[in-house]
Design a protein around this ligand. Structure first.
Ligand code: ADP
Length: 484
């Protein structure tokens, strides 16, 4: 798209290593494409093992000085980066809609959310506290302090190209740890634009590296093999997370894993149905459904199911499908062919399992990976479609009649990231929140992500927490000093 050309031409396309944007040592590049057409937007440098190794050397070299930099100074750099991202908010939003496809309003939301991690961790950088106590026996003192973990590797997904980076870069830098980022191959441009921001605000060379590559496994494996790597923070599929945990076991590296989700969205008979539908719409359609916190299964009390489903259909039916960067679009394409095929297959599968199509359900023909807003109901609560993460604009509605039945259905998954409940009964809200096997629960609200709250899952949704006052400890080690 011609109007976007200037922006694309202004984004660095090199690897960001040792404070400079540079081509891959092999000279290789790969294409970043427009999900609305499949066309190439731009070519970017394609990191190889030797580039990853250069990033590691520079991170190791930067570690001591960065760890020794005054927390206030680390904080000021993060704060300056926050200000600059906000100043370039329009560019960041458009860039994300270009490489990811999703609708511009969703990208605008992500710029706000993603930038906030920089501000939050700028504030946390100066609040890394320890403690000092007398031992119970009275014959010694206990000092507890926190030190930066060392060099960290972040591997990020395409669905939130900015926020999944800042959520890792923010705490690492605040803690005093250098970080090497391997962004998703679908969406490297946002991370490169962020690296440019850090470069401009004076982050010392080596503290942040960005090594986009078209062969993630090959490039990340030697980094993880390197005993100088202290920490891996990954956001992506459970399958890849499991593999990375296996690799990290070799050197007993610290890990944070934000993996897949399969969020249940429970609507009880006493819920405010209008509010529940508004929340359901946000929980399902934020980011076009491409979010690990997305409501994946609607479990609705049989008495209110039709009222809920028909209003959700009304709301979802109003979405305007089009290229993410086009005026008026509220539902962009899926990110790539693989996601498109997977979403289309879930719907075909669900129908085979007895689901009824109430809205959409037909893949859109032609260029680009467009899939319409879709609502399925009469889905048996244990149908295979309820076990897989859909990652698209498809709402799957099942019914229940008792609270116990609802909770067991909600927990009948290997995942445990987010869950949502709608009820007006406070006792039930507490009771059900406590019984749900998930790291996060939204009560009468459809969006729960907040920089000030610990984000993360239980079961096979992951390990560790990002954001909140917990997030920075993922990049700190605890040291106990026994003092006489
Ligand atoms: P998604 O299905 O969302 O693309 P993935 O888990 O495949 O999720 O990808 C998330 C991130 O992990 C991306 O940056 C991707 O390049 C990276 N990745 C995928 N496979 C591997 C691997 N074997 N080793 C390291 N990183 C990987």
């Amino acid at each position: 798209p011609a109007a976007c050309r200037d922006l694309l031409d202004s984004v660095p396309t090199g690897l960001f290593i040792d404070g400079r944007f540079r081509p891959a040592q092999s000279g290789a590049t790969f294409a970043v494409s427009d999900p609305a057409s499949g066309d190439t937007l731009i070519e970017v440098a394609d990191a190889g093992v030797e580039d990853a190794s250069a990033a590691m050397e520079s991170a190791v070299g930067a570690f001591d000085a960065w760890a020794a930099t005054a927390p206030r100074e680390r904080s000021e750099i993060l704060r300056a980066a926050f200000d600059l991202v906000r100043k370039r908010a329009d560019d960041f939003a458009l860039l994300m809609s270009l490489e990811l496809g999703r609708a511009l309003p969703d990208s605008v939301n992500e710029v706000n959310y993603g930038a906030e991690f920089l501000r939050w961790f700028a504030e946390e950088a100066v609040r890394i506290n320890g403690r000092y106590t007398t031992s119970p026996s009275g014959n010694g003192r206990i000092l507890v302090t926190h030190q930066p973990v060392g060099v960290a590797l972040a591997i990020t997904p395409w669905n939130f190209p900015l926020a999944m980076g800042t959520r890792k870069i923010g705490p690492a830098l605040a803690a005093g740890a250098p970080i090497i980022v391997k962004p998703a191959e679908e969406t490297p441009l946002t991370m490169l634009a962020l690296a440019q921001v850090f470069d401009e605000v004076g982050l010392p060379p080596g503290v942040l590296s960005v090594i986009q590559t078209s062969h993630a496994a090959q490039v990340s494996a030697p980094l993880i093999d390197d005993p100088r790597l202290a920490k891996i923070s990954f956001t992506g599929s459970t399958e890849v997370g499991r593999m990375l945990l296996g690799q990290a076991a070799q050197n007993v590296q610290r890990t944070s894993m934000e993996l897949g989700g399969n969020a249940p969205f429970l609507v009880f008979e006493d819920a405010d149905i209008d509010l529940a539908v508004q929340g359901a719409f946000l929980a399902k359609m934020r980011n076009g459904g491409e979010a690990c916190t997305a409501a994946n299964r609607f479990l609705v009390h049989a008495d209110v199911a039709e009222e809920f489903t028909s209003s959700l259909m009304d709301k979802m039916g109003q979405l305007q499908v089009g290229p993410g960067y086009a005026e008026g679009t509220t539902l962009g394409p899926l990110v790539n062919q693989q996601q498109f095929d997977s979403v289309a297959a879930s719907v075909v599968g669900a129908v085979g399992e007895g689901a009824r199509i109430r809205l959409g359900g037909e893949a859109i023909e032609g260029a680009g990976y467009f899939y319409p807003a879709t609502v399925l109901d009469e889905v048996p609560a244990d149908a295979p479609v309820t076990q897989a993460e859909i990652f698209g604009p498809v709402a799957v509605v099942s019914t229940f009649t008792t609270e116990d039945e609802a909770v067991s259905a909600a927990n009948a998954t290997e995942f445990g990231l987010a869950a949502y409940i709608y009820t007006r009964d406070v006792d039930r809200a507490f009771r059900v929140s406590e019984r749900l096997e998930s790291g996060m629960v939204g009560v009468n609200r459809g969006v729960i992500s907040d920089v000030a709250a610990p984000f993360g899952g239980v079961k096979q949704s992951g390990l560790g927490r990002e954001g909140g006052s917990e997030g920075i400890y993922e990049y700190l080690t605890t040291k106990y000093i026994a003092f006489t």
